[in-house]
Write a protein that binds this ligand. Structure first.
Ligand code: SF4
Length: 224
């Protein structure tokens, strides 16, 4: 699936943006070759815990080619994953830096960097097919999902419903530490978490303690 994903060009606006960013670059990375393609999920294919974000950052994952790698959001996330024993090291700088995730896979509902970090509903729905296929492959082992932010929460619930999980109506509302257990192909715990964006972490809306708390809870729920 990852090999097929990286050739996807289904969203013209996002293809143009990801490639434009890869050519124009940020001055600090002028000497680097940007990835500039869809960013696949990162972590083992038999993960018990899945983390769903939003979309690659223009100069983070769109540059390095790995989820949450090479930007401040990733710094916060990987430090927390390391702190709770789900990552082999607290930092993520580039593919080949030695980072491993334990029983955990990180993915997103949109796999290409969007302008202003804002995919359109149509782009979310188009890319949702990839997320649905990925979750289908993970279903035999997946027992918990941490959703970073309301965008991922909204994208995920219909996909899970179509895949056979019993999503209540009205749909559960996103919130930090919101927890829902879904019956379906296998019991599945959803846990909400504020996104690790700088907007949240710099303002203290999401603190390292809050993030660690959600990850610890999800780790336990996933049986890790
Ligand atoms: Fe393809 Fe998803 Fe990228 Fe759209 S966002 S081009 S569906 S990989």
């Amino acid at each position: 699936l990852d090999r097929e994903l990286i050739d996807c060009r289904a969203c013209p606006r996002l293809v143009e943006w990801r490639e434009h960013v890869a050519v124009t670059k940020r001055a600090a990375f002028a000497d680097e070759t940007y990835w500039g393609r869809p960013v696949p999920g990162f972590g083992p294919a038999d993960a018990r815990l899945v983390i769903v974000g939003l979309a690659p950052a223009a100069h983070g994952a769109n540059r390095t080619g790995r989820m949450f790698t090479g930007d401040r959001s990733g710094d916060v996330l990987y430090q927390a994953l390391y702190d709770v024993g789900l990552a082999s090291q607290p930092t993520a700088s580039h593919v080949g830096d030695g980072l491993e995730l334990y029983g955990t896979r990180i993915t997103s509902p949109v796999h290409c960097a969007p302008p202003a970090n804002k995919p359109t509903p149509a782009e979310r729905d188009t890319c949702g097919g990839w997320l649905a296929d990925e979750l289908d492959l993970l279903a035999p082992t997946m027992r918990a999902i941490v959703v970073l932010g309301g965008f991922g929460w909204q994208a995920l619930l219909p996909i899970l419903a179509r895949a056979g999980w019993q999503v209540p109506r009205p749909r559960p509302v996103f919130g930090h530490a919101a927890h829902v257990e879904l019956a379906g192909p296998a019991p599945l715990h959803l846990v909400g978490c504020y996104h690790v964006s700088q907007q949240n972490t710099f303002t203290g809306r999401l603190t390292p303690e809050m993030l660690r708390g959600v990850l610890e809870q999800a780790k336990t729920l996933a049986g890790l």
